[in-house]
Design a protein around this ligand. Structure first.
Ligand code: RM4
Ligand code: NI
Length: 287
């Protein structure tokens, strides 16, 4: 068993500084050690093995660890591993805040000190950690206070954006992205919202409300817009029959397609095509 223990004096700028951001870009392999201070580790990219109290974790971008002073940990088999290690000295924190709830300490099980960050969360945290890193490089009282305030902000944002590693919960933005992508690939085939939500374990009602809030229209209405847009493009530039265009845009019935097209644009698909193609190519098929 290794007895390497890292000292506060070696890593903090003064005996008043409570925080220091150790950017490890890259994080090299590092032997088993403990510390006099605690660590908050955010992995930005690459991969490797993080061994925390003899439990191995295959780490990669978006991983978040709360490491306590008494923990023993090491990094092995690193491969382009990049992380920021926010070192902090709990006894030096002076701001009044519920630090225990924000920074899971000794009394919290190890499994609850490992989290995942969402991608939007990572981009927010990137900026905040950079600001914290700059402030921590100063030793005047005001900067020390400000470092602590920024650290509090980081701790709060981590709480906002983290989720348990095995949870399937996606943020609103991620759910919306997933749905928008699924709709795009469904242009030429039926889309079943309920099935999609089941597959991804999403709440259909909630997602519909979110979609309407963010896009201003309903899911089906939007899908219809996508389909009609594609139809316009095909009619303008393609050579397919109206029936083929309808099928490629997810309408099994070409009469129904014509009705919907007419309702939206006040003109039939055939007329629409003629408007753009007639003068260039008078001998067009118009199945
Ligand atoms: C190492 C590694 C360790 C940390 C020290 C300060 O590179 O990140 O976990 O305790 O730096
Ligand atoms: Ni460490």
């Amino acid at each position: 068993m290794s007895n390497l223990k890292l000292d506060t004096t070696d890593y903090f700028l003064s005996d008043k500084n409570a925080i220091t951001v150790a950017d490890r870009h890259p994080q090299p392999a590092f032997p088993t050690h403990s510390h006099e201070f605690n660590e908050l580790v955010i992995v930005w990219r690459g991969n490797g093995l993080h061994i925390l109290n003899d439990v191995p974790y295959a780490i990669t971008c978006g991983d978040l660890f709360y490491v306590n002073a008494a923990d023993r940990h090491s990094y092995e088999s690193v491969n382009e591993l990049e992380l920021d290690n926010i070192l902090y000295c709990r006894p030096r924190l002076t701001l009044f805040s519920d630090w225990d709830a924000l920074l899971p300490g000794e009394n919290i099980q190890q499994a609850q000190r490992y989290w995942r960050l969402s991608t939007p969360g990572m981009s927010v945290l990137r900026r905040e950690v950079d600001a914290l890193a700059r402030e921590c490089m100063k030793t005047d009282p005001l900067s020390i206070m400000l470092s602590e305030a920024l650290f509090l902000q980081v701790a709060l944002l981590l709480k906002r954006f983290r989720h348990a590693p095995d949870s399937l919960l996606l943020s609103d933005a991620e759910q919306l992205d997933l749905l928008l992508m699924a709709l795009r690939v469904s242009i030429n085939e039926p889309f079943r919202m309920e099935k999609f939500c089941q597959q991804h374990q999403l709440n259909a009602r909630g997602l519909k409300v979110l979609f309407k809030q963010q896009t201003g229209i309903g899911v089906n209405q939007y899908l219809r817009q996508l389909r009609l847009c594609k139809a316009m493009d095909l009619l303008r530039h393609g050579q397919q029959t109206i029936g083929e265009v309808a099928a490629q845009c997810g309408f099994d019935d070409s009469n129904y397609f014509s009705v919907v097209f007419n309702q939206s644009f006040g003109i039939s698909p055939r007329q629409y095509r003629q408007r753009f193609q007639k003068k260039n190519n008078p001998s067009l098929r118009d199945g």
